[in-house]
Ligand binder design. Structure first.
Ligand SMILES: [Zn+2]
Length: 405
């Protein structure tokens, strides 16, 4: 591969300024994080730990922590996690930001950060009404204010509104607001085990009515796990018809769904395989990093992909490869990124893995040896070296030996 002026070109110069020997390692475009909550990252344990690990205890704890938010606090935590993400090869991030705050503190903080990091990371901010639009005082006004202030994307959370009617109206409000301002939509939709939560169909209908095809994303949609198959089948074909992008978040949803079940406990996950088979663009998000809902993680999409391989039963040969698409090209389509990919003309935003194939990258959650932004190295990782004493002699251990054969 040849790079000139920050872009991939068809042929290398006769005497390139610099060459990198890849040794057959996997090269992908920069990773894309389509769903994270940067305003809440690194707050785990503040002011107390979530002892049950449940969504509702998480919401209660966040309700206490949110009172202490300042611009400096949000920026410091978000910037730390952005650095982790760059080290993991992520150069494009869509972050939801809670706008149920009359001061819009988190949004103001992340708008500042978005400008400060723009040469390295493209940050899209979603106006996300954590406590609802119609169910929160002045919710509609706050959403409008957030868009005016500079949110890139309009969000909603219909399943959390007080009534079904509010939920439906919140979707229509958000999508009309987006249409009015020429913004994309990304809605936390049906993130519940309740099979009566059916707001995705409203998103489908509004996308068609407002002609927003290609600009609308539904995140989570975990209730789809529990729909009857006839309803789910019809819904999936309509999702395809409306051209919605879908984001699945296996880390958070693996620990948060199914909490009201006795055995057998549902996985509570959207129907990834069926959506992909229907031709729907599905991508994979990390969601939380060390917050009241999910205490683990370091912002690595590969870790989320590793979990989805198990949790979504995507262990078939092609399915494991698809997981890499879900954190690169599919997520790039969701974010509407231009000039993204490995073809000549694309920006040279690249990741070189310490692994020869997609399958090894997932298997090993392999280190990102090099991360390039516009052709320049912006992150390096030295792989760990392992040695053991084996039958009396010191020997190296190489987890990639099978792939080398
Ligand atoms: Zn989320």
């Amino acid at each position: 591969m040849a790079i000139r002026d920050g872009r991939i070109v068809a042929a290398a110069a006769e005497e390139p300024e610099e060459t990198v020997e890849a040794n057959g390692a996997l090269l992908t475009p920069a990773l894309v994080e389509p769903h994270i909550h940067l305003d809440a990252v690194l707050t785990v344990g503040q002011p107390r730990h979530n002892l049950t690990g449940s969504l509702f205890e998480g919401i209660a704890i966040w309700g206490e922590r949110v009172k202490d938010l300042t611009v400096a606090d949000v920026k410091a935590r978000a910037e730390e996690v952005l650095r982790w993400q760059v080290a993991n090869g992520v150069l494009f991030v869509r972050s939801h930001v809670d706008v149920c705050d009359p001061q819009l503190t988190a949004l103001r903080a992340l708008i500042e950060l978005r400008a400060e990091v723009k040469d390295l990371v493209t940050l899209q901010l979603v106006a996300f009404p954590q406590q609802g639009i119609l169910s929160f005082p002045d919710g509609e006004a706050l959403m409008r204010q957030a868009v005016t202030l500079g949110a890139d994307v309009v969000g909603a959370i219909p399943h959390f509104e007080l009534t079904r009617d509010y939920g439906e109206r919140s979707v229509k409000f958000a999508m009309e607001l987006a249409a009015e301002h020429g913004k994309p939509v990304d809605i936390h939709c049906d993130e519940t085990d309740d099979d009566h939560s059916r707001f995705l169909e409203v998103m489908v209908a509004e996308t068609i009515r407002l002609k927003l095809t290609g600009r609308v994303t539904a995140s989570h949609t975990t209730a789809m796990h529990s729909y009857n198959n006839a309803y789910a089948g019809r819904l999936i074909s309509n999702v395809r018809r409306a051209g919605l992008h879908m984001v699945t978040n296996p880390l958070d949803n693996a620990v948060l769904q199914g909490r009201f079940d006795h055995y057998p406990i549902r996985r509570g996950h959207t129907r990834v395989k069926e959506l992909l088979a229907a031709g729907v663009n599905v991508c994979l998000g990390h969601d939380s990093v060390m917050d009241p809902w999910y205490p683990l993680g370091y912002g690595d999409p590969l870790q989320a992909a590793f979990v989805l391989a198990h949790y979504g039963q995507m262990s078939g040969y092609e399915e494991i490869r698809t997981l890499i698409d879900m954190i690169t090209v599919n997520a790039a389509r969701t974010l509407g990124l231009a000039d993204y990919g490995l073809a000549p003309g694309c920006r040279a935003d690249l990741v070189l893995f310490e692994a020869p194939t997609e399958i090894d990258a997932i298997r090993l959650v392999a280190p990102r040896r090099l991360v390039l932004k516009a052709g320049r190295v912006v992150a390096r990782t030295e792989p760990a070296r392992h040695t053991i004493t084996w039958r009396g002699a010191e020997r190296p251990v190489d987890y990639q030996v099978a792939a080398k054969g």
